[in-house]
Write a protein that binds this ligand. Structure first.
Ligand code: BGC
Length: 380
């Protein structure tokens, strides 16, 4: 009896071993599955905080975010901080309370936003710094941005390409000193302009600090800060207009005529261009910008602003959303470089920029689908 049982048991054992050998184990498929696009999550547990509704650039971002998120079927809250770091922190805290996993934050003040980032880190929420870098903290996880040094270089290169001979009056303007980007734009512009000031193509009219530093090819942040302190627009149209008017009042007739103006963005460029255009001693001006705002694209078509730098916000929005999805899914986040925020090197994804003037405005702005032709008059 015992012997029979033993035989039966050993038969069962052999059978089960043969069966097991023929059956692929679930965790080790014989053939790997075809590589698939990562599934987007059904809900995106994320919030977005933008600096202010009063600088037109951020309305562009809001609109582009909404278009993309609606298309993907995500319900995501977008809050504005109205240029107030304490409102920004309250916005971040409200999103943390709602239980988001990721916050896309574009700071008003790069250093003051460290407190918001730290609140998020403490709550286990991932912070993606958007367009402007959050500085002075290790609590920033990622950064999505345009190549801001290249923006300043493109603006300056435009002025250089339009200038002939020597002794051309150059007026410098900058963004807000609280915005890390203002330094990157200025650094890019200085890279290209400084050799052309040194060789006599341009001379600086409206900043004694810049004149004192004009022999230095590379400026420290502190030195840039001295210049920006004299020529800041605070990213504000009214400040830009008042400063341009004050500079024109102080300038002599020789500092006028055909002039060159480094204006940091489109809103301030239009304000500065209007002030220069109203001065009867100004024969012509070349003025830069950035953002491809509708009003500035119209100014370019009409010959009132010379150029803008197109920073295709659709790309930045796509990158930021893709990053947030990777974080939510626990996947590796793709980055292409890193930025020093004063405390850590922040892993970053960077987008390229395009210089736009009358010659390529249709191709770069209309044909690319950035803005519809119906937004403009005078396009043929
Ligand atoms: C942005 C620009 C914008 C400016 C003022 C900068 O940080 O990069 O696109 O024009 O802020 O809002």
């Amino acid at each position: 009896m015992k012997k029979k049982l033993l035989i039966l048991l050993s038969m069962l054992l052999v059978f089960s071993m043969v069966f097991a050998a023929c059956t692929p184990k679930e965790e080790e498929p014989t053939e790997p599955p075809a590589a698939e696009e990562p599934e987007a999550p059904a809900e995106l547990s994320m919030g977005i905080v933008l600096p202010t509704k009063d600088e037109p650039r951020w309305i562009q971002d809001q609109t582009r975010f909404e278009a993309k998120l609606n298309e993907a079927g995500y319900d995501v809250e977008i809050l504005f901080s109205q240029a107030d770091p304490s409102q920004e922190k309250a916005n971040v805290e409200a999103l943390i309370t709602k239980g988001v996993e990721v916050i896309i934050l574009c700071p008003h003040d790069s250093a003051a936003a460290a407190a918001s980032a730290e609140a998020a880190r403490e709550a286990g929420v991932t912070i993606i710094s958007y367009d402007r870098l959050i500085t002075d903290t290790d609590a920033v996880d990622y950064y999505v941005t345009f190549d801001s040094v290249a923006v300043g270089e493109a603006q300056a290169q435009y002025l250089v390409d339009k200038a002939e001979g020597e002794g051309n009056p150059l007026y410098l303007y900058a963004g807000a000193a609280t915005d890390n980007n203002a330094f990157l734009f200025f650094e890019g512009a200085w890279n290209v302009l400084q050799p052309k000031i040194a060789d006599g193509t341009f001379y600086i009219v409206n900043s004694s600090a810049a004149i004192d530093l004009q022999d230095k090819a590379e400026l420290t942040r502190d030195e840039m800060g001295q210049i920006i302190g004299q020529v800041t627009t605070n990213w504000d149209f009214d400040d830009a207009k008042s400063l341009a008017e004050a500079n024109l009042t102080a300038a002599s007739a020789e500092d006028k005529g055909d002039v060159f103006i480094l204006a940091p963005n489109d809103g301030t460029a239009r304000a500065i261009a209007d002030a220069f255009g109203a001065d009867t001693d100004i024969t012509s001006y070349v003025v830069t910008g950035q953002d491809a705002e509708i009003a500035s694209v119209q100014y370019i078509i009409d010959g009132k602003q010379s150029m803008t730098v197109l920073k295709d916000v659709r790309n930045l929005v796509d990158d930021a959303i893709a990053m947030a999805i990777s974080v939510v899914l626990g996947e590796t986040v793709e980055t292409t470089g890193e930025y020093d925020n004063g405390v850590i090197m922040v892993p970053a994804k960077q987008s390229e920029v395009i210089s736009v003037d009358q010659d390529n405005v249709v191709e770069a702005i209309i044909d690319s689908g950035y803005w519809d032709a119906s937004e403009f008059t005078g396009l043929d």
